[in-house]
Structures are given as C-alpha cells and as structure tokens.
Design a protein around this ligand. Structure first.
Ligand code: ZN
Length: 330
C-alpha cells in the first residue's frame, strides 16, 4: 500500500509540516541574501509566489522558479549534513513506516527504474543523496550500485547493505566509471545546480546517463496552488525546474536531454474543497484532518488512473534522462 493512503503516517507528516511552517515563519527574511538565477546567472526575474513565509521568483531568461532571497549555500549544506533537526525528524517518520525491503521489480514497469532501464539495462550506478538506500534496494537487482549520502544518520542505515560515500561529490575524487547517476528528489534543494551537474559529468562514462526526478514548475498543481503547492512547502525548496530550465542547466554542464516526461496530477477534489472553503487548514496532499481523507484520495487515484489523462508537460514531477552532449542519438 502506498504511504499516501496510510492514515497515521499522513497525520504524523501533517504535524511535522506544521513545525516546518513555524520554523519557516521564524526565518528572518530581511537578513537572507538575494541571488541571481542559480542556473543561467540572470538577475532579471519576476515574482512567482509566496508560500506565506518566503518568496519565489521566475527567471526571465531560463524560466527557473527559485527562492529569492534564500539561505546561503553553507547553511543549506548543514541541513544535508544532518544538523537540521526537522529533516532528521522527517527521516525518522519515514523509517517508522517503510519497514520492508522491495522484491525484485519489473524494470520495464517500475516507475523509478523504467526510464533508466530503457537506456542502460545494466552497469555501475551511483545514487546521489541515497538517504537510507530505498532506491538502491530496488536498483541492486540490475546494477552494481553505490550511494552518496552526507547525512551520517541515514548513511549509516544505507551502508549496512551498500557502499556509501559520505562526502559531497565535489569533495570525492571519483573516477569516470559510472554508467548511471541518479538524482531522486535532490535537485530542488541544491544551491548550485550547475556545479553539481558538472561534477556528475566528470564521473560518468562517455556514454553514461544522468537520471533526474524533480518537481515540475509547469505542472497543473503548481499553476493552481502556487505558494500552497507541495513543492513550495516550508524552506527547503530552492529551485523548481521545467523542461526549459532543465535544458538550460543540462547545456551549461555538457548534457543533452535524451528523454523527458512528467507524472502525477496531484490535484484531488477532496483537497480542492478544503483549499477553497478552509484555506487556513489546507496543506496540499496532506489534509489528513478531513474524515476519511486517505480512502477518498485512494479512490481519486483509482479514478484518475482510469481516465488515462495525458499530462504531457503538466504532471507534478519531471522524470528526465540526460546524456553527455554529442554522445547519444535520440
Ligand atoms: Zn535563469
């Protein structure tokens, strides 16, 4: 069963989010530095949304949506390193409910594997920001897997099973031996995505691929909920990409996009009613205070799936595969 339908899990996540919002409200916004676009360095941008605490702008040149002003990179890194108590609490909630290891999946059907598998059915895979190793437990059936995780608490769980590098990629002297590098829900929180992509470019083989799964700024859910969309919760989302800004980032680091799709509508009638009737209580996808919420969401998921909606570029998450420029043909 998906955790989205788990009542107690949703309640704990909602309680945790309320603490995140309280922390975001305490951040002295006037002391945060402004920054140029972290992809194309342009300084011209337009206001995009406010999440009740922090502002997001959209770059006039590459269309990236990014937090501005934003915390300095060194304080963001401290969060990755486990010094952010709220992030640590989040991982402990997740660990409580994700207890079983996955069986061998069908790599042509599995949502996390199929895009990678269609380009690289085997080889050496590095999961960057592997946390406790959930994806590695799936990928190990098909790839020679390693992870990078700088948070010592989550890394200690992953390294019971896998080789885990416990430093930022830029600090590691890894050779260009990897066929696949994966970024699962990492890119949105990275202060310097161009530097990260260049570091990844260096450790990939010439025909290696980079898999990216990240929030989509062009989604219907973002257009509808703006500052209340789940991608802009709290204080940890620095960058929300769309196809254009991801292409700009790829080009700057020597990559080309080999495949691009989006997934999940993430708009529920149950949520919409709360959004309009009780906006003060609304938390996108976490309205677990509503009676029967999990069952309603489950039924809506079944219904939405039956509609076979063509989300095209409007799903709430981007799933993209990138290759080194000039090394692949579509
Ligand atoms: Zn830009």
């Amino acid at each position: 069963m998906s955790l989205n339908y788990h009542r107690q899990y949703n309640r704990e996540i909602r309680e945790w989010l309320l603490k995140v919002f309280a922390f975001a409200a305490s951040i002295p916004k006037d002391r945060l530095p402004r920054r140029p676009c972290p992809v194309c360095s342009a300084t011209e941008s337009a206001f995009y949304a406010n999440n009740d605490y922090l502002d997001y702008e959209q770059c006039n040149r590459c269309t990236l949506v990014y937090m501005n002003p934003a915390p300095r990179a060194d304080s963001v890194d401290k969060g990755f390193l486990g010094e952010d108590e709220l992030l640590t609490e989040y991982f402990s909630i997740i660990r409580k409910y994700k207890t079983s290891l996955p069986d061998k999946p069908d790599p042509r059907e599995d949502g996390k594997l199929k895009d990678i598998y269609s380009f690289k059915p085997c080889g050496k895979l590095l999961d960057l920001g592997c946390s406790v190793g959930d994806f590695l437990h799936k990928a190990k059936f098909f790839y020679d897997v390693e992870g990078i995780e700088v948070n010592p608490r989550t890394a200690s769980v992953a390294e019971r099973h896998f080789r885990v590098h416990k430093h930022f990629l830029a600090e590691l002297d890894l050779p260009p031996v990897y066929d696949v590098v994966t970024l699962h829900q990492i890119l949105y929180g990275v202060p310097d995505p161009v530097a990260l992509f260049r570091d990844i470019h260096r450790v990939l083989k010439d025909d290696g691929i980079l898999y990216v799964n990240t929030p989509n700024a062009d989604s219907y859910a973002m257009k509808l909920y703006r500052g209340k969309a789940c991608h802009l919760y709290g204080y940890t989302t620095l960058n929300v990409f769309n196809e254009q800004s991801l292409s700009a980032l790829a080009a700057l680091a020597g990559f080309e996009i080999l495949s691009f799709r989006t997934e999940w509508l993430d708009i529920y009638l149950t949520d919409l009613a709360e959004y309009y009737d009780h906006p003060e209580n609304f938390i996108h996808k976490r309205n677990s205070h509503l009676p029967g919420y999990e069952e309603k969401i489950r039924q809506e998921d079944v219904f939405q799936k039956s509609l076979n909606l063509d989300l095209n570029k409007r799903g709430n998450y981007i799933v993209a595969v990138l290759g080194k420029h000039g090394r692949h043909s579509l």
